[in-house]
Design a protein around this ligand. Structure first.
Ligand code: JHZ
Length: 403
């Protein structure tokens, strides 16, 4: 395995086994031609960078029918509204903004009917089209040096380049940072929020590791990467999204913007738990293996007791859990979901039927595994009837619990 930045050799420290595309929901007729790759992870000491070894091509992952809509959660709609409000401190009345991976326009719609000129880059046609329908400028392309070449009026002129859950999806980070450099204004900022390695390690939420998440970042890793591209990390803002994310704020090295105290705070914390070097990897591997054993054991016990078990939300994350723990239709009868592209299909690799969320109560499951555990608050609120009728939730991070 080679570091995706330096090209230097890395020895992978663990494999989660053969994995399909996390969002590759499929029909029965396609089971025998399903794509798999070896989900191995490694750590580059030079950049303190947690990364995948192999991954499918980006075109295989982000295609014309990508089954994830940012607006599928009320919490995320609210989150992006607040993100937009927060980012206004970097903007002037006529500023230009570019969002990377703008999906269905949930973030950019907050700049509609303002004097701000906002454009999104979104490689998946279905979600990009939905944004366009809402009146949002969405370029249906990957964000890279080639695809930004036409944006003459944005060169050196963009005050905010931003994204959420996107930079960790880009294998060619070098090209991404070069593209940012071409577009960013002198005092502009590059802001992105991504699942945080510190949270993944502390909660053992290894389900953040799947094909699309090619990197898991920390403050130390981003500081080092920024320096490589003449940028500096000036602020860190922890976020509750996706089970624990971090918002990184970068600007040009020559900018007069100053670093906040959060840089030192999170850097020291990460050093304390060894996220700056590969020392933590051994413990992380052991934690994943234990978590896998505990979850499998609990499911087998519940099945022996004759319980009807289902999954709640066919998340990308659940693909890692189901395939790594070898959980299939023998243990889980079905998974309910709200996304039309997933309903009626089967879960990647594990081949569990995905059914419409509207059938959740009607099917009367005894146990529902909360795969969208990051949306727990929102889901517990709307599923009070399930609990009242005797249904139980199974959660698995940081430990397996049925309640
Ligand atoms: P959710 C996505 O991951 C994909 P996922 C992506 N690759 C990424 O990086 C991360 O986000 C950060 C369903 N659902 O948000 C709808 C219900 O059924 O945890 C979706 O299928 N009922 C861009 O997929 C799925 O969950 C509900 O009440 O792990 C979304 O899951 C809710 C709230 C969701 O993201």
């Amino acid at each position: 395995m080679k570091c995706k930045i330096t090209g230097q050799k890395i020895v992978p420290f663990m494999s989660f086994g053969k994995m399909p595309i996390a969002n590759g929901f499929l029909n029965k007729k396609d089971f025998n031609k399903e794509f798999f790759f070896d989900l191995k992870v490694g750590f580059s000491d030079k950049f303190s960078l947690f990364q995948l070894d192999e991954h499918p091509s980006i075109k295989k992952m982000f295609h014309k029918n990508y089954p994830f809509y940012t607006s599928s959660s009320k919490f995320m709609i609210e989150h992006f509204k607040n993100y937009a409000l927060w980012s206004k401190k970097f903007l002037k009345s006529k500023s230009k903004i570019i969002e990377l991976g703008s999906n269905d326009g949930t973030f950019l719609k907050n700049f509609k009917n303002t004097s701000i000129d906002a454009i999104g880059f979104e490689p998946s046609k279905n979600v990009s089209d939905l944004a366009k329908k809402k009146g949002i400028k969405s370029i249906n392309k990957f964000f890279n040096t080639e695809n930004i070449s036409d944006l003459k009026n944005l060169k050196g002129n963009t005050d905010l380049i931003c994204g959420a859950n996107v930079v960790c999806h880009v294998p060619n980070l070098k090209n991404l940072f070069i593209s940012v450099d071409k577009l960013l204004s002198k005092d502009g900022v590059f802001v992105f929020e991504e699942p945080y390695l510190g949270s993944v390690y502390e909660k053992n939420s290894y389900d953040q590791i799947y094909d699309e998440h090619i990197f898991l970042f920390s403050a130390i890793a981003i500081s080092k990467i920024a320096a490589e591209f003449d940028l500096k990390l000036i602020d860190l803002v922890p976020q509750p999204t996706h089970g624990g994310s971090m918002r990184y704020v970068l600007c040009r090295k020559i900018s007069k913007r100053v670093k906040t105290a959060n840089i030192e705070k999170f850097t020291s914390y990460e050093k304390k738990i060894n996220l700056d070097n590969s020392e933590f990897c051994k413990k992380f591997k052991k934690n994943c293996e234990n978590s896998k054993k505990d979850l499998k054991k609990k499911l087998l016990e519940l099945k022996d007791e004759g319980k009807k078990i289902c999954g709640y939300a066919a998340t990308s994350k659940s693909t890692t859990i189901l395939n790594y723990c070898k959980i299939g239709p023998d243990l889980i009868d079905f998974i309910t979901d709200t996304t039309s592209e997933k309903i009626g299909k089967y879960s990647p690799g594990s081949h569990i039927p995905v059914i419409d969320h509207k059938l959740f109560l009607k099917k009367k499951p005894d146990i529902a595994i909360l795969f969208a555990w990051n949306h727990s608050k929102e889901i517990m609120n709307k599923e009070k009837k399930y609990k009242k009728s005797g249904g139980k939730w199974l959660t698995f991070f940081p430990t397996v619990k049925v309640r």
